[in-house]
Design a protein around this ligand. Structure first.
Ligand code: ADP
Ligand code: MG
Ligand code: MG
Length: 907
């Protein structure tokens, strides 16, 4: 049996049956465009007849080194005959010609990656026939010149400029602005010129045989799958390279048959805000790409209501129906041919993060999807855009708006102007500059520059232009169609009224309002007060099991975290409190002195500072647990560097020999002896491997005054705020434990101090002692550790470093890139938890610890706690909570909910 390579749009049932009715596989087989065309046809939506060549055919062709697989072309021609029967027209027949479009379509929509060729089947005779049939010479030659131009550029690889030059010179001669205003005569001579261009640039005669045209176009679609820009896009969007593309051959319908005809694109909801209102652009007397190309000013879809009322109503109905069928917002293409509406494409619409949230919530409200589905529909990373910086009001007031465009992709962006994508990429990657890509319009070839840029600004194009689509998809702020901008790509200069902006100068754009500013504006982080987001997060909280805490070292961060929904502090690092300038000298005295009394005095001087720090945290987190980690870093971090001191010393020695006056000598000598003394102390504390040296719990064991002071400060603060009516829930965490005896020792000393403070104040505070698990030995002996720990917090950063024996800094700035590129490691283990190794240690630790203490509290602090994939692993490990930076708390809440939902669905 020969493989079925071709399915007509009427054969969707067959295609479906061949993959056991699995819609995802139908899309894989036919590509998204083909599958959806078939589906619309089945639903009774008016779609022109056509057929789809499968992605399998594409893969077979590419694997076969450019040979069409056996039987494919025969099947394609048979399907073409079926189209002829349906339409009553014949391919290549001048008396009643069938024309077709040849369109690529992979499983995932890749905007503009592989261009469509329209009007296939035209040649000199067929064009004359078309003119006779329609009585419209303009239409006939316009279609023909489009075919030669598209075929020339897309199939034969000729540049677009020579074609556009010919068009431009004809427009100029005629004194018109639009190609639609050229006469039939103009277009006839343009056709001749276009054929010459093909002859000169592609060194072949434009093929006049209809079937030959279709065959060449089909092969070109297949080949384009492996083109550079397609590969780049797939890399950026994480689409696999082995899916292949389908080819759709569709009967042409004509939007360019005069003012009663039109073509347009529309979204069933607003793709920027998510509002439930049809939006789109269209053009009368136009075909295909005219709308998205940005070359002619489009009309807003609402205008169709008055221009073609019946059509608008019919379209609105179809849009509703498609939305209900696909249960999601749709992005549709339509053409009106002399008063008859045709739908040429529908797909899930790309949208901003804001729109994604609002649409998911409203679809659930409308009963089209469940709340669970709504929660699963929003990517956790999209939540980040709600916290994206916006321009501060003051900064906006201080800068003038030089232009306004369409606010197609929200967010604020500043950068230096780059007028071409290569330069944008180079500046962003090599010079680490913030760049804004500024172009008259963008094309698929520009995507690498768009990705590298902070934002995108164009002078033409509408809401559905390439720039808008790509920007929304990748969450880049964008303003398009800012028509006041005159962009001169040759002079590398943009002029707005009297203002000139040169390449490399700073501008700012606000994708939320569409404003363009000169200069670099300041940004602020907004609140998360979006009513739909609030509801979605509320649903997420109902579905998740895993708790979410935040890492915060000060009251301001704690308040922020709480506002974003944190249920406690998972990690407060106390060392930052030691670095504050007015405290550092005391800290240094405490560290370097050999005299016990002096050390006590220094420690006591630090106590009030620490107490205030902790009191602030407890107040902010009233009623919620706060994990405070005792001092962790090696002591030398608080002292001047050894090398620095040595250099200073040499410097002083030179200065003393050059000194002129006695006072000078005396002054420098005093300095000298001070520096020497500090150097001696630093040298005494110097370790050859400080990260594995005297740090963490080891510090507390050697200098018990230090941790005792910290515990006193914690409990004094807790007692103090309790008196104010605040509920403090301190959890004292001991860092870097590797042996249970370390923990036992510290805990004995510290608990005595805690009780002492509470007795002094006559107040009982509920508290817990626990430890970080960040050394493999602690994980392995968690059963013993749990005797003395009421909670365990996995410090996955250090645990990863020590499990891999890889220092994060050295790895990330060095060999890790190579490891990832070569596939030695599947992902950066510092970004996404290594489930097989580190995860296994964690699993073991949890189960061992629970043997000793069944209700032991477990969690993760460290950056993994804010990473969706790692959160899913923590959920599966049955930890109690993850803790992450305040800004990632909402992301963690949503990720935890999605993990719970996926686990309950078994996916
Ligand atoms: P893209 O993926 O770039 O949108 P499409 O295959 O959808 O490519 O086609 C490009 C343009 O041509 C669209 O505006 C589409 O509506 C139009 N088009 C495609 N096929 C036909 C056809 N058979 N008749 C009329 N217009 C068509
Ligand atoms: Mg399309
Ligand atoms: Mg650590």
């Amino acid at each position: 049996m020969t493989t079925k390579w071709v399915y007509t749009l009427d054969e969707l049932d067959e295609a479906e049956a061949s993959v056991d009715g699995d819609w995802d596989r139908v899309r894989g087989l036919l590509g998204g465009k083909g599958a959806n065309l078939g589906e619309m046809n089945r639903l009774g939506v008016p779609v022109p007849p056509g057929f789809t060549i499968t992605t399998e055919a594409c893969n077979a062709y590419l694997a076969g080194g450019g040979e069409l697989p056996t039987g494919l072309w025969e099947q394609a021609l048979a399907a073409l005959r079926t189209m002829e029967e349906k339409t009553g027209k014949r391919f290549g027949d001048p008396t009643n010609p069938l024309l077709v479009s040849c369109r690529s379509g992979a499983k995932f929509s890749m905007p503009g990656m592989m261009d469509t060729v329209l009007d296939i089947g035209l040649n000199d005779e067929v064009t004359e026939g078309m003119i006779k049939l329609t009585g419209n010479e303009h239409f006939g030659f316009d279609s023909y010149r489009r075919l030669i131009q598209m075929f020339g550029t897309v199939v034969l690889g000729v540049r677009d400029e020579p074609f556009e030059d010919v068009l431009a010179s004809h427009r100029e001669r005629r004194g018109v602005r639009s190609d639609a205003d050229l006469t039939g005569d103009d277009l006839r001579s343009i056709v001749g010129a276009f054929k010459d261009i093909v002859r000169r640039h592609a060194r072949i005669e434009f093929p006049s045989d209809a079937e030959e045209q279709l065959r060449m176009a089909t092969l070109a679609v297949f080949d384009s799958w492996n083109g550079k820009r397609a590969r780049d896009y797939r890399d950026a969007a994480h689409i696999p390279h082995d899916l292949g593309t389908g080819v759709n051959v569709i009967t042409m319908v004509y939007g360019n048959l005069g003012e009663g005809s039109a073509t347009g694109v529309a979204m069933s909801r607003n793709a920027t805000t998510g509002e439930n209102a049809l939006e789109g652009d269209y053009l009368t007397n136009a075909q295909g790409e005219d709308v998205v190309a940005g070359t002619r000013a489009t009309k807003p879809l609402q205008q169709l209501k008055t221009e073609m009322r019946e059509i608008y109503i019919q379209f609105e109905g179809i849009a509703r129906r498609l939305e209900r069928h696909y249960r999601d917002m749709q992005d549709m293409e339509f053409t009106v041919e002399r008063g008859k509406l045709w739908i040429l494409q529908t797909r899930t619409g790309k949208r901003t993060a804001q729109a994604a949230v609002r649409i998911a919530v409203e679809l659930a409200d409308e009963g089209l999807i469940s709340r669970k589905e709504a929660v699963l529909r929003v990517e956790p990373e999209q939540i980040e855009f709600f916290l994206h910086p916006q321009f501060s009001t003051e900064s906006k007031a201080g800068h003038t708006v030089i232009a306004r465009g369409l606010n197609v992709s929200p967010g604020a962006a500043t950068g230096v102007v780059a007028f071409d994508p290569d330069l944008a990429e180079r500046w962003a990657k090599e010079s680490k500059r913030e760049v804004l890509l500024v172009r008259p319009e963008t094309k698929p070839d520009d995507v690498h520059g768009m990705l590298a840029a902070e934002g995108i600004l164009t002078s033409s194009g509408g809401r559905t232009s390439h720039a808008a689509l790509v920007a929304r998809q990748f969450g880049k702020p964008a303003v398009v169609g800012a028509s006041a901008l005159c962009i001169d790509l040759v002079a590398r200069l943009m002029t707005v009224n009297d203002t000139e902006v040169h390449e490399g100068e700073w501008i700012s754009i606000d994708g939320t309002t569409g404003e363009v500013f000169i200069g670099k504006l300041d940004t602020v982080v907004p609140d998360m007060d979006d009513e739909w987001l609030e509801r979605l997060m509320g649903w997420a909280d109902e579905f998740r099991r895993l708790g979410v805490r935040a890492n915060a070292d000060n009251p301001a961060d704690a308040e922020l975290a709480r506002k974003y929904g944190a249920e406690g502090i998972g990690l407060c690092r106390t060392e930052h409190m030691f670095f504050e300038p007015e405290r550092l000298p005391t800290v240094q005295r405490m560290i370097t002195t050999q005299v016990l009394a002096e050390r006590r005095e220094a420690v006591d001087a630090l106590l009030p500072f620490q107490r205030e720090d902790f009191a602030g945290l407890f107040r902010a987190m009233d009623g919620l647990p706060v994990i405070i980690r005792l001092l962790d870093p090696p002591l030398h971090e608080f002292l001047p560097g050894f090398e620095e001191l040595t250099r200073e010393l040499t410097d002083l020695q030179i200065r003393v020999t050059n000194a002129r006056t006695l006072e000078e000598v005396e002054e420098i000598t005093t300095k000298l002896s001070e520096t020497q003394a500090m150097l001696d102390k630093v040298a005494a504390l110097r370790e050859s491997n400080p990260m594995l040296g005297l740090r963490g719990v080891r510090l507390g064991i050697l200098i018990p005054e230090l941790t005792r002071m910290q515990v006193r400060a914690i409990f004094e603060a807790a007692c103090e705020v309790t008196r104010e009516g605040v509920t403090a829930v301190p959890e004292i965490m001991i860092p870097l434990t590797s042996h249970v005896n370390e923990l036992r020792r510290q805990r004995e000393v510290l608990e005595v101090e805690a009780r002492k403070v509470m007795a002094e104040r006559g107040i009982e505070v509920k508290y817990q002692f626990g430890t970080m698990v960040e050394v493999p030995r602690a994980a392995l002996t968690a059963d013993q550790i749990a005797e003395y720990a009421e909670f365990l917090s996995f410090g996955t950063n250090d645990l990863t470093q020590m499990t891999f024996a890889m220092s994060r800094d050295d790895a990330e700035s060095g060999f890790l890139m190579r490891y990832l590129a070569d596939g030695i490691l599947p992902a950066n283990p510092f970004a996404t938890l290594d489930e097989d190794g580190v995860g296994k240690l964690m699993r073991l630790a949890v189960s061992e610890a629970r043997k000793t203490r069944p209700d032991i509290e477990t969690g993760v602090c460290g950056e993994h706690g804010g990473d969706p994939a790692s959160i899913a692993i923590c959920d599966a490990l049955d930890l109690d909570y993850v803790s992450c930076s305040p800004y990632r708390v909402p992301i963690a809440r949503l990720s935890a909910a999605q993990s719970a939902l996926r686990r309950s669905q078994g996916t």
